[in-house]
Design a protein around this ligand. Structure first.
Ligand SMILES: NC(=O)c1ccc[n+]([C@@H]2O[C@H](COP(=O)([O-])OP(=O)(O)OC[C@H]3O[C@@H](n4cnc5c(N)ncnc54)[C@H](OP(=O)(O)O)[C@@H]3O)[C@@H](O)[C@H]2O)c1
Length: 332
């Protein structure tokens, strides 16, 4: 089968290799992938900016496909079923935080950028029927991350003013959709004015371009302050959020693409009882809850474009360029 692997080739770093189709052992299933989606994480791994990189691992955390083989007789009813895969491996027993043994599918275990993948049977879930395979593949990692940030840590309520930064991102577009389902007043930022307009068409109230110096004043004036901010950029702009919060507001961040903030107004943060909470992926129950939310509300993950597997290296380059609005999906 063909599989996109991390190699020691210094130029591209990734390559489509021909490798044997794996077999499902006990409590495992073999899934023939029909679609897979990229995450920023895949490009971070390509750039060597991720821990425990193991050469000749097949990348990819998100996938949708058909179960073709089971390793245990008890799982035989799964054969032929269309499924999505929970990319969590070994979250552990504490629902609040992952265990020290936690891994994400697609490094160091072989992932979904291949014609077949083997996963534990308890990682697969029936594909929501209203989604195409491409839409379903766009959901797992981003949906789980957005769900924990928006609902469990964000404690979103109807009527809350919510700011989602960098709305073009794969996780951020899902966070936007989840916050709209929760009937929040959603504001967004982006570095691209077209993406701001796209988000407004979906239901955001207003947006600002974080590349412009007065973006924070604009949004503060329009919103009169935020109950909740969802961010993955970090960097210099992170400090501005503290000044934009309502008392007892929550800033939830699941990434730091722009690095560390230069300052943080801790005086204001403690006086106004502002919560600054890191968040990463989510536990297995949150995965189930997220899929149910998407199913019940017939949410359609936003896809920027779909490419054939043969074009996957260009998909990585696009993720790096950051021009996309939503997810980039690979079709097998
Ligand atoms: N902790 C976790 O579990 C977890 C899970 C998923 C992702 N992440 C991390 O979260 C980040 C986003 O992941 P992703 O997969 O959604 O990536 P992505 O699809 O590549 O999106 C990244 C987005 O960041 C936004 N951005 C760039 N510079 C910004 C700035 N200065 N201020 C605000 N936004 C800015 C851009 O938004 P615009 O295009 O709108 O400008 C861009 O679309 C990455 O760092 C990733 O590693 C963490």
């Amino acid at each position: 089968m063909k599989a996109l692997q991390i190699t020691d080739n210094p130029k591209e770093k990734i390559k489509i290799n021909e490798i044997p189709i794996p077999n499902a052992s006990e409590n495992e299933v073999l899934v023939r992938l029909t679609a897979a989606a990229l995450n920023r994480r895949d490009q971070w791994i390509r750039e060597d900016k991720y821990p425990n990189i193991k050469p000749y691992t097949t990348l990819g955390s998100d996938g949708c496909g058909i179960v073709e083989q089971v390793g245990s007789e008890a799982d035989k009813d799964w054969i032929g079923k269309k499924v999505i895969i929970n990319p969590n491996i070994g979250w552990g027993s504490n629902p609040k935080v992952q265990s020290p043994h936690y891994q994400i599918l697609g490094m160091p275990t072989n992932g979904t950028f291949a014609e077949y993948v083997v996963v534990k049977t308890d990682r697969i879930h029936l594909k929501p029927e209203h989604l195409t395979d491409e839409q379903a593949s766009a959901l797992p990692l981003g949906g789980l991350t957005a769900y924990r940030a928006v609902f469990n840590y964000g404690e979103i309520s109807e009527g809350d003013n919510v700011l989602i930064s960098g709305v073009g991102g794969g996780v951020a577009t899902l966070a936007l959709q989840f916050a709209l389902v929760a009937k929040a007043n959603v504001y967004i930022t982006s570095g691209d004015n077209d993406k701001i307009q796209q988000a407004i068409q979906i239901g955001a109230i207003a947006g600002a371009n974080y590349k412009e110096s007065n973006w924070n004043k604009d949004l503060l004036e329009k919103s009169k302050g935020f109950h909740l901010v969802i961010d993955s950029a970090g960097g210099k702009g992170f400090s501005d959020f503290i000044r934009m919060m309502k008392p007892a507001g929550r800033i939830i961040f699941y990434g730091a693409t722009q690095g560390l903030p230069t300052t943080l107004d801790l005086y204001r943060a403690f006086y106004y009882q502002i919560k600054i909470q890191g968040s990463t992926m989510g536990n297995d129950q949150e995965f189930v809850d997220m899929v149910r939310l998407v199913d019940t509300n017939k949410i359609l993950p936003i896809i920027d474009n779909v490419k054939p597997f043969s074009d996957i290296i260009n998909a990585f380059d696009e993720i790096k360029s950051g021009k996309q609005f939503g997810k980039i999906v690979i079709k097998f």
